[in-house]
Design a protein around this ligand. Structure first.
Ligand code: GLN
Length: 309
């Protein structure tokens, strides 16, 4: 089995190495357009402690929207399920991740779910801490714990680039301020959100985080529970319904795994009670998901019979 997974990863990388041509590097955060579209990295980490990896698995990239999963878990641990979901909904939007339209169209200004930007910004605003510095340090510490990587840092260039150009996120935060559904200083909240999106990870880090979510919140091999199981289950469910934005339905049919993508080119996916998977491929399809990442995941899911459905 183990040799099979290793071989499978290598074959999938080879098979899809030209697929980046079907996608594009994002330009709306200018620093992200400097990535090498040909990079593909895959890392699989099973809950028995076996690891399989190939390609650009050590290449660092910014976590971007994959952070929404981890910060959501921390926010629920900080505030409780009821409190968080009194501010943000559970429903997929069918709209793009940075759409403002849905909030204004619906009866309630509450963002539809925590995976779209408005919902994630709101969730980030609930993280506990006396100052932004304390909040970001709690967030980074939590990411370090989940990855087992004490050296996680931020990419300052991407952070600054998004801070300078993130006017759409700014607009939706001010909209939520106006609707009185977000508390605190808008610029501080945005700063925290931009910082969390700029945390640098590689495929191994993503696979390790996914492994914890696959293993019901326990760090495999140690027995240490870092996220209560009931929270893990809720977050995994939202990954299925909204994790790949308006491509979540097709992804559920084709791949059938809880997953979360980011415009940095990463996808984190997991097979519950089996394994965590981290993939990198910076060229994105029109909905903001890694083109090669989706292809490789479809292949792995089919070959290993991983679909949860
Ligand atoms: N930081 C990015 C943004 O807010 C994250 C979006 C994403 O990864 N889909 O636009």
């Amino acid at each position: 089995m183990s040799k099979d997974i290793q071989k499978m990863i290598e074959l999938a990388i080879d098979k899809y190495k030209d697929f980046h041509r079907e996608g594009r590097l994002p330009t709306y955060i200018p620093a992200l357009s400097e990535a090498n579209p040909e990079d593909i990295g895959v890392y699989v980490s099973d809950i028995e402690g076996n690891n399989y990896y190939a390609g650009a698995y050590e290449k660092k990239f910014t976590i971007q929207s994959i952070s929404k999963i981890i910060t959501l878990a921390l926010a629920i641990m900080d505030n409780g399920v009821e409190d968080v979901f009194s501010k943000v909904g559970f429903e997929p939007t069918g709209g793009s991740f940075n759409s403002i339209l849905e909030m204004e169209k619906s009866d309630s200004p509450k963002p539809f779910n925590p995976m779209i930007n408005a919902g994630a910004i709101l969730v980030t605003s609930t993280i506990k801490g006396k100052s932004n510095a304390e909040k970001i340090s709690r967030i980074v510490d939590f990411y370090r714990k989940l990855t087992g990587n004490a050296h996680l840092t931020m990419d300052n260039k991407v952070y600054t680039s998004e801070k300078e150009t993130g006017h759409r996120n700014r607009a939706m935060t001010y909209y939520m301020k106006d609707a009185k559904i977000i508390q605190g200083d808008a610029e501080e909240i945005l700063d925290l959100y931009f910082q969390q999106c700029s945390i640098l990870v590689n495929c191994r880090d993503l696979a390790r985080i996914a492994n914890v979510f696959a293993n019901d919140g326990v760090i495999a091999g140690t027995g240490e529970e870092v996220i209560p199981q009931n929270i893990v289950k809720k977050v995994r469910t939202l990954m299925v319904t909204c994790g790949m934005y308006d491509a979540s339905g097709e992804f559920a049919v084709r791949v059938g795994l809880p997953a979360k993508s980011g415009v940095g080119g990463g996808i984190m996916a997991l097979a519950p009670q089996k394994m965590g998977i981290g993939i990198y491929g910076p060229a994105l399809e029109g909905k903001g998901n890694s083109v090669v990442g989706m292809k490789v995941l479809e292949e792995l899911s089919k070959e290993l019979n991983l679909s949860i459905f």
